[in-house]
Design a protein around this ligand. Sequence first.
Ligand code: FDA
Length: 396
Amino acid sequence: MSQTHQVDVLIIGAGASGLFCAIEASKRGRKVCVIDHANKAGKKILMSGGGRCNFTNYTVDADNYISHNPHFCKSALKRFNQWDFLALVQRYQIPFHERLHGQLFCDHSAKDILHMLLAECQRYAVSISLQCSVLAVTADDGGGFRVQTGLGVWHCQSLVIATGGLSIPKMGATPLGYQIAEQLGIKVWPTRAGLVPLTLQPADKDIFATLSGIAVPCEVSVQNSRFKENLLFTHRGLSGPVILQISSYWQAGEALLINCLPDLPLLNLLKQQRGQGSKLKLKTWLAEYLPKRLLQALLPEQLLELALVDCSDKQFQLVVNHIQAWQIKPNGSEGYRTAEVTVGGVDCDALSSKTLESKKHPGLYFIGEVVDVTGWLGGYNFQWAWSSGWCAGQYV
Ligand code: FDA
């Protein structure tokens, strides 16, 4: 006979947001259980930030997030902010350091963050049931919810969906959260892979795969979004932080506009060199600024062989167009297999921005990445998981 469990709060998903919500709810004296189909809690935390977990950022703002409702995340990010999370990290004496753009990483290992969360769970008597597959979610007759699982049936007053996004299916990502929302008539925005390397059309791939391993600081833009960081050429296409960032905004069929020398007044400098009668070949002068192999891939050979003094204005403009306004149309992304996040998800307008509770179904909450709030690269996704988990934890 299947076991029946009664709890105040049932959280599906023992990841960043689910564990954080559980801790907060338990602090309030609620009887909380977290269930997860994986054999280990917080797997994504362990693999995050190259194993060092970029757990937050010194500057966090709604502008660092993508959502159909760009205001939705403001309340949660304000009520539990990066300094609040940092205070917990410091209480646990976890050594950390700052990298570029205010990104905060563990000095030793992402394990430190997971151990901290599990220690807090233990301290506040959160129960965690792993290898627990969810079979059905229904509303209970007397209010609350009934969740049927491989380990028995749970009855709860509050049900929190913290099942994350679709990235890295090998780590246990599933669409369960989106399915539960849809089953209950809650809108889900179409999802796509974000913070992901982009792949190239076969003809471009033949040219640029030969540059595999080369990294160049670039400014990359699509529509009104732009980022300036390193671009990395790979065997499959384009990667590096600047590509991961822009990938969350890129839509299939769009071209990227890439400036490979974003801080250089290239045209002026070229004309200056010509004015000084420089006999240097274009390829020699440009090699001061960019790798030779990249120049060969971007510019026609005959042009590179010209001496600066012999170049026309038109030829200089051609150089500038190829280097500072290089347009390339990716043919796709590497997809959820390597993506860090999922763009899209449960519609923010269906939830309270204060409590993360469904407006339509009292007692049902959605937190973390399953919600249509996607952070930039740089610790923003974890901060959203902590902030949204904390907020729901005050009300479940
Ligand atoms: P999360 O994915 O953490 O947890 C969801 C949980 O639900 C999982 O434990 C899963 O097993 C469980 N689950 C799913 N389906 C289920 C089902 N059907 N039944 C039961 N349980 C189910 N962000 C950042 O800010 N800094 C960083 O350094 C990184 N680095 C990074 C690296 C890589 C490789 C990835 C893939 C992602 C990152 N991220 C990141 C993103 C970050 O990991 C992510 O946004 C948060 O973990 C989201 O937290 P959630 O709690 O929403 O989901």
